[in-house]
Design a protein around this ligand. Structure first.
Ligand code: UDP
Length: 246
């Protein structure tokens, strides 16, 4: 039986296309300029986003790896392509929050910008059909999405990543409000940080701005039609590049 070495499209998501490579344990993620929000009810495109998010994610994965976090990241053959270790994604969106924003405000009534006394870890079921509902630990166990040990590992990793990213973004004069992580299992059942970390998946506020709209440097500019979306993504990229080169 011959083994095909041609890249085959394995999966197309909202922000990335995943291809197979000649090596079965390695996949190629191609970052797209397409942007969606509100469970893909709002669609658009952000010029240069694929390159920007791939570059930001690669630097953040490298930084996290250097601080002991195991990730799926290997390298970036081009500006919008990332070679990653193949993992089976655990269908949980792990959100860590430092400051109240977005759905936390909508669901709890906490005012936007409320500083949380300690980081909050929220789990959502990664299911477009069901609209990514909020999960509880018991529901994760009931649905057999993850084991108790995996939930504990994921929670600890998410909090560790939060501390590291808060520190990193502080050096960029950016406040890390909240962000979403995804984890996957490799062939050895080891949990690796996967997906991406970018202005699409984080709320990032410019710490030098107090104006509630001007400070936004993330996908909320697209979600809320605040304008200058590309400019904000570029700004984050430039600050990340400066931080990693200093
Ligand atoms: N997030 C994401 N993908 C999702 C949902 C949320 O990357 O499908 C990120 C979002 O950018 C924010 C954080 O997770 O940084 C918390 O989002 P929230 O639950 O407040 O939902 P939203 O208000 O974005 O709908």
């Amino acid at each position: 039986m011959s083994v095909s070495t041609n890249p085959t499209k394995l999966y197309e998501g909202k922000a990335k296309v995943i291809y197979t490579t000649s090596e079965p344990e390695i996949l190629l993620a191609t970052y797209k300029d397409d942007a969606t929000a509100f469970n893909a009810q709002k669609r658009g495109s952000i010029a240069g986003k694929g390159n920007i998010n791939c570059t930001i994610s690669s630097h953040l994965f490298r930084y996290l790896e250097a601080h002991g976090i195991k990730t799926h990241f290997i390298d970036t053959p081009t500006d919008n392509q990332m070679r990653v270790r193949a993992v089976k994604i655990i269908p949980i969106e792990v959100v860590v929050r430092n400051i109240a924003a977005g759905s936390l405000c909508q669901q709890t009534g906490l005012p936007l910008g409320t500083e949380l006394k300690s980081p909050l870890v929220d789990f959502y079921y990664k299911s477009d059909e069901l609209g990514d509902p909020l999960l509880t630990r018991d529901r994760i166990l009931l649905m057999e999405i993850a084991t108790p040990g995996q939930i504990e590992t994921i929670t600890n990793l998410a909090l560790q990543v939060n501390r590291l990213l808060q520190e990193f973004f502080r050096r960029c004069d950016i406040i890390l409000v909240d962000f979403k992580l995804e984890f996957g299992l490799d062939a050895q059942q080891q949990i690796l940080l996967a997906d991406e970390i970018s202005p699409d998946t984080c709320r990032l506020w410019d710490s030098s701005q107090t104006d509630a709209n001007l400070r936004v440097l993330d996908k909320d500019r697209f979600r809320r039609d605040l304008g200058n979306v590309e400019g904000a993504y570029q700004e984050v990229l430039q600050r990340v590049l400066k931080a990693v080169s200093s």
